[in-house]
Design a protein around this ligand. Structure first.
Ligand SMILES: Nc1ncnc2c1ncn2[C@@H]1O[C@H](COP(=O)(O)OP(=O)(O)OP(=O)(O)O)[C@@H](O)[C@H]1O
Ligand SMILES: [Mg+2]
Length: 236
């Protein structure tokens, strides 16, 4: 079953159109990776799907309902979770305050449960609760960003470059956590990545986005073994 389906999405900023009719879908409990060069519109696509920028054309369906023009909080209510590429945590707030904000629409009880789950996935956060997020290491901040995204207990988690700026070792830990969120917790995952080997290797399918349009799509293992795509978009 397609849990999320976006058809011919046209969106951008003000008068400048960035996405010229992009289509993607995600099956329930699937993980997909979207790759493409800088400026292709990958982050813009996630912002459009979340409702942070207006959609000029096309439709978005969630479990068969047309949700194209819902507001971000309404999408969160339906099960969307989103970890943006930048500014995913508030530096001046503590780890605890950041997590509480991530669950802002939930009851105290659900926030407490959410935090317990977050500490199982990211034990380091439990030791850093009173620390200001701005003083965390890059990897810890990324984990806090993911933990925040999970506080609303989303069915769908969309991650914009979760490994950006991390050392290979920490990036590996982040991807292993994403794999747990996908496989053990049964969540549907959309990942955007530039350095996409790891991301594709934990995904079912992948898309290549170029200049605001679909360029290519296939099973993730086939993308990884496709020489032309590897040379063009995965650094050989
Ligand atoms: N707030 C904004 N206002 C105007 N233009 C924007 C805005 N944000 C992004 N853009 C433009 O939209 C285009 C697509 O940007 P986007 O961030 O979606 O690319 P991306 O594929 O995520 O790139 P990267 O891999 O570098 O993160 C770029 O040309 C960018 O300059
Ligand atoms: Mg981006």
């Amino acid at each position: 079953m397609k849990i999320l389906e976006a058809n011919d999405i046209v969106a951008g900023y003000g008068k400048s159109e960035i996405l010229h009719g992009v289509s993607i879908y995600v099956e329930k409990e699937e993980a997909i990776t979207i790759i493409g060069p800088n400026g292709a519109g990958k982050s813009t696509l996630l912002k459009a799907l979340m409702g942070y920028i207006p959609i000029f054309g096309g439709d978005i369906y969630w479990k068969g309902d047309n949700i194209t023009h819902l507001k971000p909080h309404e999408k969160v209510d339906r099960g969307f979770g989103y970890v943006p590429q930048l500014g995913n945590v508030f530096s001046s707030l503590t780890v605890r305050e950041n997590l509480e904000m991530g669950g802002f629409i939930q009851s105290k009880e659900i926030i407490r449960e959410g935090m317990e789950k977050a500490f199982q996935l990211f034990p380091i956060l439990a030791e850093r609760l009173k620390q200001k997020a701005g003083t965390l290491s890059g990897g810890e901040r990324q984990m806090l960003g993911m933990a925040r995204g999970l506080m609303s207990d989303p069915e769908l988690l969309m991650l914009d470059e979760p490994s950006a700026g991390l050392s290979p070792k920490v990036a590996e830990e982040v991807f292993s956590t994403i794999t747990d969120i996908h496989e053990k917790m049964g969540r549907t995952i959309v990942i955007i990545e530039q350095d996409a080997y790891q991301s594709l290797s934990i995904s079912d399918r992948g898309y290549v986005l170029v200049m605001g349009q679909n360029e290519f799509e296939d099973r993730a293992d086939k993308i990884l073994s496709n020489e032309k795509i590897r040379e063009a978009y995965l650094g050989g």
